[in-house]
Design a protein around this ligand. Sequence first.
Ligand code: GLN
Length: 199
Amino acid sequence: MPSAVGDRLARAGVLGLQGDFREHLDTFQRLGAEAVDVRRPEQLDEVDALVIPGGESTTIGKLAERYGFIPKLRERIADGMPVWGTCAGAIFIAKDVPGHPHPILSAMDISVERNAFGRQQDSFEADLVVRDIGGAPYHAVFIRAPKITKTGSDVETIAALDDGTVVAARQGNLLATSFHPELTPDDRFHRYFLSLGKK
Ligand code: GLN
């Protein structure tokens, strides 16, 4: 299904240091994109877009720093490369994560509170109306999910829960979702992300 991706964005990278990167790679492949498991900073030059997957944000942050990803990632983001953080990945790209001890990218003007839904709601699912993808409500899976508690003036909310909690946001080429679109068969988010790189 190559036409789903368009011509310009053939190579979608997924940061493969920890977490559920495999599911993102599988989704991009299903869409006809070339999917690259990014394990070394030099590979960032070979991809047109990058997903930072869900997993454990502390571990992803430590490994990203140890392997020298942070400066190169910042450079590619400044160049306009689309970067999408899902769940732990959203924590990783946020500018502000109160109480978070590990190095984070500090790229997107959002505040994110880790594990913010509490024990009662460790995991849950919700149908979301997502402004930018249209069509039927999007069935989203949340697992020890963060809340996006503040959004800067350049950040657009693209989905929120019924109580107003922001769970998906975009700032130019940066996308953050509290939930896991790689765990459900609906690939509208992956298509949307790939479209962000088109000029
Ligand atoms: N709670 C995890 C963290 O803070 C994120 C959970 C996830 O990615 N599913 O890193």
